[in-house]
Design a protein around this ligand. Sequence first.
Ligand SMILES: CC/C=C\C/C=C\C/C=C\C/C=C\C/C=C\C/C=C\CCC(=O)SCCNC(=O)CCNC(=O)[C@H](O)C(C)(C)COP(=O)(O)OP(=O)(O)OC[C@H]1O[C@@H](n2cnc3c(N)ncnc32)[C@H](O)[C@@H]1OP(=O)(O)O
Ligand code: FAD
Length: 666
Amino acid sequence: MVVASVDNLADERSKAQFDVGAMKIVWAGSKHVFDVTDRMARIVASDPEFRKDNRTTLGRKELFKNTLRKMAHVVKRANELRLTEEEASKLRFFVDEPGYLDLHWGMFVPAIKGQGTEEQQEKWLPLASRMEIIGCYAQTELGHGSNVQGLETTATFDPKTDEFIIHSPSLTSYKWWPGGLGKVSTHVVVYARLVSGGQEHGIYGFIVQLRSLDDHTPLPGIIIGDIGTKFGSGAYNTMDNGFVCFNRVRIPRNHMLMRFCQVTREGNVCLSDVPKQMVYGTMVYVRQTIVSDASWALSRAVCIAVRYSAIRRQFGSQDRGIETQVLDYKTQQSRLFPLLASAYAFRFVGEWLKWLYADVTERLQANDFSTLPEAHACTAGLKSLTTSVTADAIEECRKLCGGHGYLCSSGLPELFAVYVPACTYEGDNVVLLLQVARFLVKTVSRLAAGKKPVGTTTYMGNAEHLMQCKSSASSPEDWLKPSVVLEAFEARAFRLAVACARDISKFSTPEAGFAELSIDLVEAAIAHCEVIVVSRFIEKVQQDIPGDGVKEQLQILCFIYALHLIHKHSGEFLSTGCITPEQATLANEQLRTLYGQVRPNAVSLVDAFNYTDHYLGSALGRYDGNVYATLYAQALRDPLNDTVVPDGYEEFIRPVLKQTMRLSRL
Ligand SMILES: CC/C=C\C/C=C\C/C=C\C/C=C\C/C=C\C/C=C\CCC(=O)SCCNC(=O)CCNC(=O)[C@H](O)C(C)(C)COP(=O)(O)OP(=O)(O)OC[C@H]1O[C@@H](n2cnc3c(N)ncnc32)[C@H](O)[C@@H]1OP(=O)(O)O
Ligand SMILES: Cc1cc2nc3c(=O)[nH]c(=O)nc-3n(C[C@H](O)[C@H](O)[C@H](O)COP(=O)(O)OP(=O)(O)OC[C@H]3O[C@@H](n4cnc5c(N)ncnc54)[C@H](O)[C@@H]3O)c2cc1C
């Protein structure tokens, strides 16, 4: 019997019809980013301090201490190697272990940058950059997360002492969830209701010291700890998500982040002339980074599943000869290749969102707030879409790897467990889609008032056409025309949004209509977000892209992405009358052809992600394809195999056997 050989992947690589090196640059975004990413990934992979293959077997305390050691090593290496901010952030990324540094650099520092005055930034940022203090971001409470306006923690100004009193008035007001809070952070940006002169003035951020910088003990009035073990082995349990209760903790007045709202010495509250939502700015920033990161998690899972599907063979042999690679099964392709295409789609939309965020930031600095609602809708919607798809895709990749996908050594269970909270943190995905829907309904009603839509809703300006058009696709090849594909997506999204707006107007109040129709609104929001992703992908493949065959591969992936969505949401495309059942069948036919075109390039398309074996952390996804020997070696290393006869034999197995023997003699 011929067994799968590691040569499978070499064979696969020899079939590639494009320049893999050039695709690596496209995936990275530029030669510079590729070089930095590649260098940082290799530094981490070659450093034994960053070993992670034992993570799922460690108890919580050991795991956490191990993370502390790694974080300290990250800081040490970043200093020794004099890494730039860009390089250090990549280094942290490849260490691939959630830890307090994520929240310090990812939320605490951005909150101060975004919401602190210049003076406050000058004071706090150098301390944070040199890591003389470690910070986190505490917004969520035990009783309230999604509803930020419902937060209970108070920050009451005391004009007698020129201080704020930070207080947790109830159990439900305890801050609950912030990463880095439980055991590590010395400081926190706390979100609380500002109270001055006996009046409430809304939610703002306040810098509070939590722990002594001498011995790390909590400061007076602070009760603090970890919220407990979370889902999965290893995974997010490396993070000390924490709780904190403030018992009338006093902080100086200038610890309130005062860029958008100032409290004077007398306790007067002066609002700047900016929208009050500016205080939500850190969330917009982080949502944008989460969209960029989705493509990394998704591509990682897809890389494992594609390589393993090329190695794994089942059936297809009459004479016990060589069996079929599971990657050759159309069903495997139809589950896997849309995920591969989605990874590329999310990579490009992530890059675009970075641009959008930079653009809105520049405008806000010039007091132009006109694009803020769109930036909020795009970051919220794309965060929701990309994380939901990625979490589901990681689980699908696990199933695509059959039984071995269920082993921790496949890397997929931990990847799923660490990734799935992305659907919840930084805004629950449904709550965020409802924000997009609110924006869409407003856009539709503005259209009715003769206002021209801009940005990602520009397509809605073509209202009359989008409401009436019928797709012209009359052959499978027609589904390779960008204009045909885009028209179908835009018409579906627009018709769903218009139907929602129309139906809402039938209720006694818009709020009642919005609440009753929220299921339809979520669907309309997803349809709009898919227009954004599809159109950005089409735009990308219409650019000049260097490298033999690279553009052709991306075109194939782009159409797989779009057509698999038409298949997935065929109910909506059909019920809105954007396409006919015959056209849906033609789209499926084209999709099947495209799967055949990706097949010989699949392994090279995942090689283009340029992942090290360390980063992948998977016996199934190894670059050399040596799957079975690695699975066996890792099984032998399991703590349960430390002894041949297990601990507990004398106590619990032997007596059972003895008892059974006694019974059988009776
Ligand atoms: C094996 C592998 C191992 C290891 C892998 C290693 C590492 C990788 C993994 C991951 C770890 C690393 C890092 C991960 C990064 C981050 C994750 C960590 C932490 C997460 C942190 C948090 O979760 S912080 C808390 C976040 N909380 C939320 O997001 C709350 C959500 N709620 C809200 O945002 C709001 O309450 C709301 C938007 C839902 C409602 O707002 P509001 O009550 O004000 O009501 P309205 O709906 O009425 O809105 C009023 C108007 O305001 C507009 N609006 C709302 N929000 C914004 C905004 N942000 N910007 C601009 N405008 C906004 C809204 O549109 C309304 O406008 P109108 O014109 O319609 O009035
Ligand atoms: C791993 C992890 C890390 C985190 N890190 C931090 C951190 O560093 N700092 C921090 O402040 N917070 C953090 N959080 C908290 C996180 O931001 C919140 O959990 C998140 O915002 C969701 O809020 P919630 O838990 O209140 O969910 P809920 O709002 O209680 O959601 C429960 C259910 O209700 C539904 N729902 C809620 N409102 C509506 C509505 N209006 N319409 C329809 N359905 C609705 C949701 O869809 C969901 O299904 C973290 C959370 C996790 C899981």
